[in-house]
Design a binder for this molecule. Structure first.
Ligand SMILES: [Cu+2]
Length: 323
């Protein structure tokens, strides 16, 4: 009973970590690709579908607890259903990037990094969600590798994309781009360096949650891989020191940020730069005329039209009238 309750909380909880990162990524991919997010309604629907499905899949953590195999089959079915909205999101991310005017800011690098990690980690989720396959790798490092790629690395990449993107809005200053790129590349390589080989240790049968495996001679062949993983883990940690330095340094010494550094449509970039004031705007609250994704709109001169600017005030008069 306790284990059921634990995973009834535990599975939705990991989705709570990744879903906001998906939202951040959608914003960054759209703004930095100068295109509307592809399939907006499908993207929102997928988020809601994932949130709902997350509540009826917890049994996939319990395939080897002695649970009735028929119940295992039910949880396999509900779990594999999650692949559908997940695939919709990945395809729409890729379609948003297709023929986009991609601006590779550090935020965009991390957003694309999230897509890469989510695909890599999602594929092994199919193996773990299927009871017949899961039994072979349950409670091994294969699971550790899978969930750290998806809900650890992928979610953190989304959060870092958000930090780089909205830092100018939060502090009125820009983060250092070069340090951002160094942070991104070391983190990306180190994360794959840690978790890619970890899958193979798991396939070899090394169990998780043991503080040492030195009592089992059969696992000695994996020592070199463990050493390699440790080196990459330290490398990943060093990269985060670079990020923390960049973050704190830029708060005080970063270049002053323009009002709207990424030429974004959204409302937050119209409020006074720097830490928020009560009510967010000095004067009256601005009027919003449309959705936030009017990037590269056919017939418009600029590749963005802020939500607060009516079409009649844009340079080109060919745009349709406001609804
Ligand atoms: Cu789960």
């Amino acid at each position: 009973m306790y284990e059921h309750l634990f995973w009834f909380l535990g599975h939705p909880e990991v989705y709570i970590i990744i879903l906001p990162a998906f939202g951040l990524t959608s914003e960054v991919l759209s703004t930095m690709g100068r295109k509307p997010i592809f399939g907006y309604k499908a993207m929102v629907g997928s988020l809601m579908a994932i949130a709902f499905l997350s509540c009826i899949v917890w049994g996939h953590h319990m395939f080897v607890t002695g649970m009735n195999p028929f119940l295992g089959a039910v949880f396999t079915f509900t779990t594999l259903l999650v692949a559908i909205p997940s695939a919709v999101k990945v395809f729409n991310y890729l379609a948003t990037l297709w023929r986009a005017k991609i601006q590779l800011t550090p935020a965009m690098c991390f957003a694309i990094g999230l897509v890469s990690l989510f695909i890599s980690g999602g594929l092994t989720g199919i193996i773990l969600g299927d009871s017949a396959l899961d039994i072979n790798v349950h409670d091994t490092y294969f699971v550790v590798a899978h969930f750290h790629v998806v809900m650890g690395a992928s979610a953190i990449f989304g959060m870092l994309a958000g930090v780089y993107h909205w830092f100018p809005r939060m502090f009125g200053r820009m983060m250092n781009k070069t340090l951002g790129y160094v942070h991104f590349w070391i983190t990306l390589i180190a994360v794959y360096g840690v978790f890619f080989p970890m899958h193979f240790i798991g396939l070899g049968g090394v169990p998780r949650r043991y503080y040492s495996n030195s009592a089992y001679e059969g696992f000695d062949v994996f020592l070199n891989i463990n050493t390699l993983i440790t080196v990459f883990a330290f490398l990943a940690a060093v990269a985060q020191v670079i990020f923390l330095f960049n973050f704190v340094y830029s708060i005080f010494k970063g270049k002053k940020a323009p009002q709207n550094p990424w030429h974004s449509n959204t409302l937050e970039w119209t409020s006074p730069a720097g830490p928020g004031i009560h009510g967010n705007w000095n004067g009256p609250v601005p009027t919003v005329h449309r959705w936030p994704y009017d990037y590269s709109k056919p017939g418009a001169d600029d590749d963005y039209i802020p939500q607060t600017v009516p079409y009649s005030q844009t340079k080109n008069s060919n745009l349709p009238g406001e609804e």
